[in-house]
Design a binder for this molecule. Structure first.
Ligand code: TMP
Length: 210
């Protein structure tokens, strides 16, 4: 029987350099002969990507609960059509954001209750949780400068500093609560310095898996 793969998620505030982190991690694992499925949330399936376009770009106001349910609708397609099937073939799934993003953005950022998020989680993925989460951390000024250089902002990037502060604090709380799963990486400095930090953190996180 094939041994199931590992599930690794990548988190961080907008402008934290998370995407570079995912790409370095994927390359590092592939160089070690590991079969990798690289995917993202919201998105990762045709329906999920269509939902992502609404979530990131609709010009219309959206209630926080609607936003939360759309995140989980996209996640339901993703978990059942992509993540679980890939893990079952023995591939390692690298996911650019997962449930911690909902806790940080919709929970802390928008004020949706932990109980409502937990009830959707019980519905959509009652047992699936990342084996490892890499949290890219930069201070809010660094993140704001990076977002500012990107041109057009999406609905989340356009939020006030206070929103990004709540999201960042929530991520740090999650990391402090689950130190065995969530590994914080300093995302400041050159891309090369960050890549080396990602590789060494990943190596020790994998060594710590049971
Ligand atoms: P990204 O692909 O640049 O990370 O953009 C996705 C955006 O969606 C980002 O601003 C965070 C947001 N998001 C949530 O608010 N909740 C979620 O559950 C997920 C997966 C993403």
């Amino acid at each position: 029987m094939t041994e199931p793969g590992r599930f690794i998620s990548f988190e961080g505030i907008d402008g934290s350099g998370k995407t570079t982190c995912v790409e370095s991690a994927a390359r590092w694992l592939q160089q070690r002969g590991i079969r990798v499925t690289l995917t993202r949330e919201p998105g990762g399936t045709p329906v999920g990507e269509a939902i992502r376009a609404i979530l990131l770009n609709t010009p219309h106001p959206m209630l926080p609960e609607t936003e939360t349910m759309l995140m989980f609708a996209a996640r339901h397609e993703h978990v059942h059509r992509v993540i679980l099937p890939a893990l079952n073939t023995g591939a390692w799934v690298l996911c650019d954001r997962f449930i911690d993003a909902t806790l940080a953005y919709q929970g802390a950022g928008r004020g949706v209750s932990a109980e409502r998020i937990a009830s959707l989680m019980r519905w959509v993925h009652p047992t699936l949780k990342p084996d490892i989460t890499l949290l890219m951390h930069v201070n809010l000024d660094v993140a704001a400068a990076r977002i500012g250089g990107r041109g057009e902002r999406d609905r989340f990037e356009a939020e006030a500093d206070s929103f990004h502060r709540r999201v960042s604090d929530a991520y740090l709380r999650i990391a402090a609560t689950e130190p065995h799963r969530v590994h914080r990486i300093d995302g400041s400095g050159t891309p090369e310095a960050v890549r080396l930090r990602v590789e060494s953190t990943l190596a020790s996180a994998i060594a710590g898996l049971t």
